[in-house]
Design a protein around this ligand. Sequence first.
Ligand SMILES: *Cc1c(COP(=O)(O)O)cnc(C)c1O
Length: 381
Amino acid sequence: MAIVFTKPTITGNEQKYFRQALQAPLTNRHWAGDGPFTRRCSSLIEKRFKASKVLLTPSGTHALELAALLLNLGAGDEVIVPSFTFSSSINCFMLAGARPVFVDVREDTLNIDEHLIEKNISKRTRAIFPVHYAGVSCNMKKINAIAKAHGLAVVEDAAQAVNARYNGRYLGTIGDLGVYSFHESKNYSCGEGGALVINDAGLIELAEILREKGTNRSKFFRGEVDKYTWVDVGSSYLLSDLLAAILYAQLENLNTIQRRRRHLYRQYERKLHPLAQEGKLRLPVIPKDCQTNYHIFYILLPTESVRNSLMDYLKKKGILAVFHYIPLHTSPMGKRLGYKRGDFPLTEELSGRLLRLPLYPDLSQTEQHTVIRAIQEFFTD
Ligand SMILES: *Cc1c(COP(=O)(O)O)cnc(C)c1O
């Protein structure tokens, strides 16, 4: 492909910090988790996003699993989630034995429809896992109010939403727990990485234990206990400090990366606006109380077959534009859970009409122009 869909960017200090971590003098060489770069990353996120506690994990998927473990979700429990999401949003609590209860999405943002949550709550419901699609917030005000009224936990899957806000508050810091991903396809990356944001202070100590193989080693490292021991059933959810070194360079440039993405995003909006006016396609909708991080720029075509033709047309011109989630309720695993096509009409329809355009800091102006021209030509040819 001449123009790829996404690629990670190097912002400046990645090599330098990685080398510092790798080649640190033997007396303080620390390649495992929770070393100096991990501490810098966590405290940068805690300060910038006003988060009470941030724990780096090996991926967003692992952070979701840690969240499910922390909430003690298990057999007999139900979790309310959108079907328009990545498998990890569901696997995390299914591994613990809980079941998903899928809900349709909103037409404007493709986020979980908050108006459909309450009627899906049963005696077994324990939590709501909203997913902030494309870095645009769900209606967290309503979701938190429902959760409070029914005694449910809220875990924000903010994997795509690092540095995005809702009424000024950073996504991931609004529910009881929040999850970030630093996968290479996300805005800020170290290849594979993630974080769990803990907003319920009562969960911090247990989270540290579950993440450290069920031991109180975190307390020991802080000198709060004089030896560490096995205190619970946990696993290993730490990110290597070598990767945290790369991540720290990216986080230092949080806003530089976002500004570049914003520029490209707005350019797409401006240049495709006439086609939207003619009814040829629909642009993303960002509600007034949401401040996006410009993670994804997608367009919605009138039908699935127009979407597929445009995707093929772009591919022939060497441009990779891609669809996104196949609704989970229509997947083989979704069928095994008892769901079928037709259960969530809006999710199915929007998923079929959606096309994501190349968007990453190193996409040049010329390349973006080529993408835009090709879309214009598709509609005039
Ligand atoms: C990327 C992503 C994940 C998983 O993150 P990884 O770091 O790749 O494990 C989970 N949920 C959503 C919505 C994502 O986009």
